[in-house]
Design a binder for this molecule. Structure first.
Ligand code: AMP
Length: 283
């Protein structure tokens, strides 16, 4: 595997390749990331991965400085997956000048859910993803459904800018107890790690109640969301949101969309101690 930090060198190595597939990451790789590498291999060749902890998408009180950086272990994992190039730019490589041009996603997608609790997050994400896509120029790029809203926003960005790339979604990889794998799981104490699968259980409970609602109209969707928030809160979590949304645009689900059989998704973000976890479940 070639490890490249310089944009020009990356371009030189990829010259003439028009079937490359690309998986951008922030490193500290786990099975979830590696599953995306395998998916990328099915859709293009060579596989290019990137590791870059993108300062632009972190808020002032977030974990940019403490975000886990495990480059050597990551390199070993990518080698085993047969990744052809690891693009691992420094901040100076990727942002040689202050990145003053930014991509601002539309409010109705970028300022809701994650965007409401992490202002500017998706602006930082879109900006770095556009730049990485411009560096690698892949035929396909793979993003995880774990970051459901991010996947949707990147798809729309690619569409509205007519980027010559196909965005491919990867399923969420979970631990045996249901917890979605995440680099931030490493922040959890032993007790918190034991509690963490309750987030996924809460989503499953919401899904069961929503499906039940179809038959016996007992609760409204908002009540169902509140039951889940209250349950997690009583267990010591600090939920930011549990939201039942339409898959197509992440707009709030209504009883009408439910009746029409509109595909829905339940999204959540909640803090356990100091660690903020996100997850989602499609209905
Ligand atoms: P990150 O390093 O957290 O920026 O994630 C890089 C990519 O891996 C993103 O497309 C994520 O959605 C994806 N990803 C993160 N966790 C998982 C997981 N548990 N299963 C599948 N994909 C994941």
């Amino acid at each position: 595997m070639k490890i490249i930090s310089d944009i020009q060198e990356l371009r030189d190595h990829l010259r003439g390749q028009n079937r490359a597939s690309f998986v951008p990451t922030m490193g500290n790789l786990h099975e979830g990331h590696l599953s995306l590498m395998r998916l990328a291999r099915q859709h293009g060749d060579p596989v290019v991965a990137s590791i870059f902890v993108n300062r632009l998408q972190f808020g002032p009180n977030e974990d940019f400085d403490s975000y886990p950086r495990t480059m050597q272990a990551d390199i070993d994992k990518l080698e085993k997956e047969g990744v052809y190039i690891l693009f691992a730019p420094t901040e100076r490589d990727l942002y040689p000048q202050p990145q003053e041009y930014r991509v601002d996603p539309p409010q109705q997608l970028g300022d809701i859910l994650e965007g409401e609790f992490r202002p500017g997050f998706f602006k930082g994400v879109c900006t770095v993803v556009l730049k990485l896509l411009s560096c690698v120029q892949p035929k396909v790029a793979v993003f995880g459904k774990k970051d459901y809203q991010q996947l949707m926003i990147i798809r729309q960005m690619a569409k509205q800018f007519a980027l010559p790339v196909e965005i491919i979604p990867g399923e969420t990889v979970r631990a045996e107890d249901g917890l979605a794998l995440s680099s931030r799981n490493g922040y959890l104490s032993t007790e918190e790690r034991a509690e963490a699968p309750e987030l996924q259980k809460a989503l499953r409970d919401v899904r069961a109640r929503v499906l039940d609602l179809n038959e016996r109209n007992t609760h409204s969707l908002i009540e169902i969301e509140k039951i889940a928030v209250d349950l997690l809160t009583s267990r010591g979590w600090q939920p930011d949101y549990i939201a039942i949304r339409q898959q197509c645009d992440l707009a709030p689900a209504s009883n009408e969309s439910l009746k029409a059989g509109e595909p829905l998704v339940i999204l959540t973000a909640a803090k356990l101690g100091k660690t903020r976890l996100i997850d989602n479940l499609e209905i």
